[in-house]
Design a protein around this ligand. Structure first.
Ligand SMILES: [Zn+2]
Length: 647
């Protein structure tokens, strides 16, 4: 019985539910197996036997229990050559997940213990802490390199390309961790060591370490295994894959520091999808050639994808593009490019000219298939970047040297109502839509029947908001949080030793609109940035940021207030939207009287305003405020964004 209760809890995806014949049968069978296995019938007293049979009858009458995964679209049998990568359970380096038949994934401590043991067994693997999580756990990274003393500066200056792989940014989507453990084992002791002759590997097994420990069978209902899954957000309930631009979290700051100090040449961020059913098991995406790194994008499209996909197919997997269907319940309407900003890892990578892919394994594929697909993807990526190093480096150098006249802050969403000239071949399953008699809404039911068809693909082509690239920006010393974050991003700053008076292009943010709900712990704001020119004194300790640097475009996107990912819109400058000095009516009313007396044109402007705006004409406070804004007593910094542009 204890075993039954234990299994009941361990199977987790199990919960009491309304009575169904099938589930009742499963319950009875489950208890019967335990009874038979432990020879309970032959070893117990008559009373005990009676109790056991009563229990079985009760199981038949009581509400049954169901497996939550019963609700998922059907699991399909899969066999692939990549199954040969699985170690024998007798192998002392069989990973915890392999040992469980890919039913489970090890917790943080088991993972770190296993990796510590592995790293102490060979000289070319070492584990380093790249930071502490909000709950105090070390965020660990394995450095796999044949270089002597491979610290960050050695890896940075190495002639070999460096691959940075990050698993568990959303910690329930943990395929990358278990695939990485297998690959590291094979790099350490197997024939795969040769891969390290051409590539250095940085592997973060779990980025969201705190979320990883908040695991349960109820974290990701749309995902087929492992048994326990971590939570999407970190301990502060922040989504790390929305934090690349604002860099609020310790976890993302740790990653930015790795990118700045090790200078990787390829970045892989591994997730698992939600959404619809289809045949692809490993999907991944990168920013198209419209983005900030066209040469890298072309390399990824023309070199990386064809070769890596070939490797995946040979090993029995079905690679596909990152899917963002126009209509989640009807893929025939086409796929559209993701319209996201540099708060996501892949867009951030593109902006800093770092070749990067965002991997989304398909949540409905069994855990084993997903982990093995990830292993193959990692291996193929290592092979390819080791072989194609010079072409890869060339594309990086080319994109790093781009100095555009204008910088694109946002892209127009494609018009998915129009026919598209581009298409992709979608490998789906036939489905039917039903109207639920429970909700009255539409529900899609996928069949086992394959449906392959060409569907439209909508790329982003047209810029929406652009600004002229300035020579650079001045950020005043009092913007401490922003200066700190610019440093986290590795943007080059020159800090002034003395105060400097400069002619600057400034923005006054008119009509600010604050979001009514917080997003990622912040109240976002949008406004209308109206340019004006001012002579401004920047105090000592202010930063000059030239756009003539590889991260110049990144600086522009973070500092231009019209950009949705800018520090302004993320709420770093809320204090500019507040008036902090006031004029009383007994002072302002006679002053206003004097002002129109001295200026006939002001009087005319005032009369006109009253005529055009009856609400204004009936609001004494608004009238006095109108005069205050035209007097020397007004606050000149009200609504003034303090970062300035040098044109
Ligand atoms: Zn994810």
């Amino acid at each position: 019985m204890i075993l039954f209760v234990k299994n009941f809890h361990r199977s987790h995806k199990v919960f009491f539910d309304s009575f169904t014949l099938r589930n009742r049968a499963v319950s009875i069978l489950f208890v019967w197996r335990i009874i038979k296995r432990f020879h309970i019938i032959s070893t117990t007293s008559i009373r005990m036997k009676a109790a056991i049979f009563s229990l079985i009858i009760l199981m038949g009458l009581a509400p049954g229990f169901v497996n939550g995964q019963d609700f998922l679209p059907p699991a399909r049998n899969w066999k692939g050559k990549s199954e040969n990568l699985i170690a024998s359970p007798k192998d002392i380096w069989c990973t915890p997940s392999e040992k469980s038949g890919f039913n489970e994934t090890p917790d943080y401590q088991t993972t770190i213990n296993w990796l510590t043991k592995l790293c102490s067994s060979v000289p070319f693997l070492k584990m380093v802490s790249i930071g502490k999580s909000p709950e105090g756990r070390d965020i660990q990274m394995v450095v796999a390199s044949l270089e002597m003393n491979p610290g960050s500066s050695v890896i940075k200056s190495s002639k070999k390309p460096c691959l940075l792989v990050q698993a568990g940014i959303h910690s329930g989507e943990i395929d990358g961790k278990d695939a990485g453990l297998m690959l590291l084992r094979d790099l350490a002791f197997g024939p795969k060591k040769a891969l390290l002759e051409k590539v250095n590997l940085l592997f973060i097994p779990i980025l969201n370490v705190d979320g990883h420990e908040r695991n349960s069978p109820f974290s990701r209902p749309n995902q087929r295994g492992p048994q326990n899954m971590g939570w999407r957000t970190n301990a502060q309930n922040l989504n790390l894959n929305r934090d690349y631009a604002k860099a609020d979290t310790r976890e993302i700051r740790a990653v930015l520091n790795v990118i700045n100090t090790y200078d990787p040449d390829f970045y892989m961020d591994i997730h698992v999808t939600d959404g619809a059913d289809y045949q692809f098991d490993v999907t991944y995406g990168f920013v198209g050639s419209y983005g900030h790194s066209p040469s890298i994008s072309a390399w990824l499209k023309n070199k990386f994808s064809p070769e890596v996909d070939r490797g995946l197919k040979t090993m029995g997997h079905i690679p596909g593009p990152l899917l963002n269907p126009v209509n989640w319940i009807d893929f025939a309407e086409g796929i559209a490019e993701f319209l996201t900003g540099p708060n996501f890892s892949n867009v951030y990578a593109d902006l800093r000219h770092l070749p990067g892919i965002l991997v989304e394994n398909h949540s409905l594929k069994p855990y084993k298939q997903r982990v093995l697909g990830t292993y193959v993807l990692l291996e193929e990526t290592m092979k390819l970047i080791g072989k194609e190093t010079s072409a890869l480096m060339e594309s990086i150098t080319k994109d790093e040297s781009i100095r555009s006249e204008n910088v694109v802050l946002t892209w127009k969403a494609p018009d998915v109502k129009k026919p598209s000239s581009d298409s992709i071949f979608h490998l789906g399953f036939k489905s039917k839509r039903e109207i639920s008699d429970l909700t009255g809404g539409e529900v899609t039911r996928w069949s086992q029947e394959i449906e392959n068809k060409k569907i439209p693909f909508y790329d982003l082509k047209e810029a929406e908001i652009t600004v002229k690239t300035p020579k650079g920006y001045w950020v005043p010393s009092f913007c401490t949080e922003v200066l700190e974050r610019l440093k986290f991003h590795g943007i080059q700053l020159e800090i002034s030793k003395q105060s400097t008076t400069v002619q600057l292009g400034m923005y006054r943010i008119k009509n600010p609109k604050f979001n009514s709900q917080p997003f990622e712990g912040r109240i976002q704001v949008k406004g209308n940035p109206i340019p004006e020119t001012q002579s401004v004194t920047m105090p000592a300790g202010s930063a000059w940021i030239s756009t003539d640097q590889p991260l110049g475009e990144l600086a522009s996107l973070l500092l231009e207030p019209a950009c949705p990912e800018s520090f302004l819109q993320w709420g770093f400058f809320h204090s500019i939207f507040q008036k902090t000095e006031y004029t009383e009516a007994y002072f302002m009313e006679p002053l206003a009287r004097k002002m129109i007396q001295d200026s006939p044109s002001l009087k005319e402007e005032f009369e006109q305003k009253k005529k055009e705006d009856p609400t204004f004409s009936q609001n004494p406070d608004a009238i006095l405020n109108w005069f205050n804004e035209r007097s020397p007593y007004c606050d000149k910094t009200y609504l003034l964004y303090p970062v300035g542009r040098v044109e």
